[in-house]
Design a protein around this ligand. Sequence first.
Ligand SMILES: NC(=O)c1ccc[n+]([C@@H]2O[C@H](COP(=O)([O-])OP(=O)(O)OC[C@H]3O[C@@H](n4cnc5c(N)ncnc54)[C@H](OP(=O)(O)O)[C@@H]3O)[C@@H](O)[C@H]2O)c1
Length: 269
Amino acid sequence: MELNNKVILLTGATGGIGCAVARALVKKGAYLRLVGRNTAALNQLAGQLTGNHQIIVADIGTSEGRHDILSRCVDGGGIDLLINLAGTTTFQCFEHQSEESIEQILSTNLIAPMLLTKQLIPLLNNRPESAVVNIGSTYGSIGHPGYVAYCASKSGLKGFTEALRRELSDTAIQVFYLAPRATETSLNSPAANTLNRALGNRVDSPEQVADTLIKLVMTNRQCQFMGWPEKLFVKINALFPRLVDRALVKKMPLIKKILNNHETTKINT
Ligand SMILES: NC(=O)c1ccc[n+]([C@@H]2O[C@H](COP(=O)([O-])OP(=O)(O)OC[C@H]3O[C@@H](n4cnc5c(N)ncnc54)[C@H](OP(=O)(O)O)[C@@H]3O)[C@@H](O)[C@H]2O)c1
């Protein structure tokens, strides 16, 4: 799918990956509707981009926010692409996670993208070619200790993407899924960064994720997992989950130590 002159709604635009994606899309000649909750950050981003782009201040986790997004898209003449990029996480023991935190993760990463997509399908259907891009995670395919609610949300997003792609296969709307591995943004807490270093996990730059997203859409690849050996682990986990169980069980003392240190630090500050 060509991106030149396409109108693209990008949620999570002000985040680490979002800013890189916005810049990469503008280089391809796209017009953006940038969504986030922080007006100053949205204005700052729009000011750095060449061309005329719209900002939409909205919380995708509320029906009011999603309704505002729909109204602005209708008034602005529609969209060709929806990129569901906004997301949130925490790295902590599920047992100690608050109900609010679990609900917020499920709402932002799964329910809100589903409801936003549902609302925008009629607009996407008005275009000769259009697409939905959902940003998942390696953790949508590999359940990982310390990320229980996040893994549940991204696994749900992956299932949503696959089912929707099949349901819309007789329309002009394509449905893509991109699963980045760890990426250098403020989404990852200091404890999460400590764990990545301790486990030797490689970390991509937001620009690498943005480039991969552009290639995915432009080459009409439906689904892409980023990083090596993460891609291999995703396949091994699907075929032989007990192998991955055993590998992660061995890492549990280290994971627990980092989680406990982090929780103690939080209590003492
Ligand atoms: N960083 C990684 O290691 C990594 C790895 C794999 C996948 N991913 C996925 O990549 C996506 C982007 O992550 P990132 O690293 O760029 O995170 P980030 O820097 O923390 O940015 C998150 C973005 O989501 C927006 N957002 C969060 N809740 C929102 C809400 N209720 N309504 C509207 N906007 C909301 C934030 O905007 P405001 O706060 O300004 O509203 C911000 O723009 C996420 O879906 C994440 O799960 C990230």
